[in-house]
Design a protein around this ligand. Structure first.
Ligand SMILES: Nc1ncnc2c1ncn2[C@@H]1O[C@H](COP(=O)(O)OP(=O)(O)OP(=O)(O)O)[C@@H](O)[C@H]1O
Ligand SMILES: [Mg+2]
Length: 281
């Protein structure tokens, strides 16, 4: 017997395409320092995720795992349908990194060429793209990060914020579908930060999957629809919308994302900061 004619048809559930699936993932560095201790996490295609957590809670380590640079020392993990251990072993790594790009927290790790342009061109050249396509991608990435004027400079001669922008450009030129950003706005001036926030928003609107580790709570609602908080026990402490997570004051204190003395006293109010200082002396 079929449904009676005219009966409402249940809409099909949206197809969810997992980009990353982690079950009980652990990671300990060679010196046995445990960085992650049982991470359960699924990230679907097109999600924009902010990764929050105190210093040392494992954000950078998690991003390195998602990028297949290191393999978990416990648990299971798949990325883009592949076993991540195989990617970390070097098998299929080239194809994987056409799709997944990581901007490291420390730009000095990312920049190794004689000039900024060489660094930005490195990925597209590795992909074997034609010269004019490489040139077009470099021009676009340098323009997006507003560093065309730095193209022929040596990366080691740049300021901290300029290096950061060059490192981001060197990943943007790869056009990855999945972009992992480790504190991308750290050390950027306000205008450049705004440029980057807008760029991240545009990339999200274009369907890219974005995972951004940050300490800057004010940018979170602009760059993410989902927030994952790592706790000091090196596991996922909370997972929700920006409104749910940022509205939970106790959680933010527990996860060491805000400090009551800085936030309750209104640290952005300079006159009150001045008062605080006067009280201390
Ligand atoms: N190369 C390393 N060797 C040994 N231990 C490390 C190494 N890198 C990180 N760790 C340790 O792993 C843990 C997680 O570090 P991780 O860099 O992932 O934290 P994080 O959340 O990114 O911190 P931050 O906010 O300071 O960037 C910390 O206890 C850290 O000391
Ligand atoms: Mg980090």
């Amino acid at each position: 017997m079929g449904d009676p004619i005219g009966a409402p048809v249940e809409p099909a559930p949206p197809v969810r395409d997992a980009v990353f699936e982690l079950h009980g993932v652990r990671y300990a560095y060679a010196n046995r320092q445990t960085a992650l201790d049982g991470i359960d996490l699924r990230i679907d295609r097109g999600e924009r995720v902010a990764l929050l957590g105190a210093n040392g809670s494992g954000k950078s380590t998690l991003l390195k795992l998602l990028d297949g640079i290191v393999a978990p020392t416990g648990g299971t993990m798949r990325a883009l349908g592949r076993d991540i251990a195989a990617v970390a072993d070097g098998q299929d790594s080239f194809r994987f990194h056409r799709e997944v790009g990581l901007v490291f927290q420390d730009p000095d790790i990312q920049l190794f060429s004689a000039t900024v342009l060489d660094d930005v061109a490195f990925g597209p050249l590795q992909l074997g793209l034609p010269q004019d396509e490489v040139r077009a991608r470099c021009d676009e990435a340098l323009r997006q990060m507003e560093i065309a004027h730095l193209a022929s400079r040596a990366p080691f001669e740049l300021s901290g914020g300029e290096k950061k922008r060059a490192a981001i450009a060197s990943v943007l030129s790869l056009h990855p579908d999945v972009l992992l950003l480790d504190e991308p706005t750290a050390s950027l001036d306000p205008r450049t930060k705004w440029v980057l926030v807008n760029l991240i928003r545009r990339l999200g609107e274009g369907g890219k999957t974005l995972v951004t580790a940050t300490h800057e709570l004010d940018i979170v609602p602009l760059i993410a629809d989902r927030v994952v908080v790592l706790g000091e026990n090196r596991r996922v402490l909370a997972d929700g919308t920006p409104a749910e997570i940022l509205g939970d004051h106790d959680l933010l204190i527990r996860a060491n994302l805000i400090h009551p003395h800085l936030h309750e006293q209104g640290a952005t109010d300079l006159s009150r900061l001045h008062d605080l200082r006067r009280h201390e002396v």
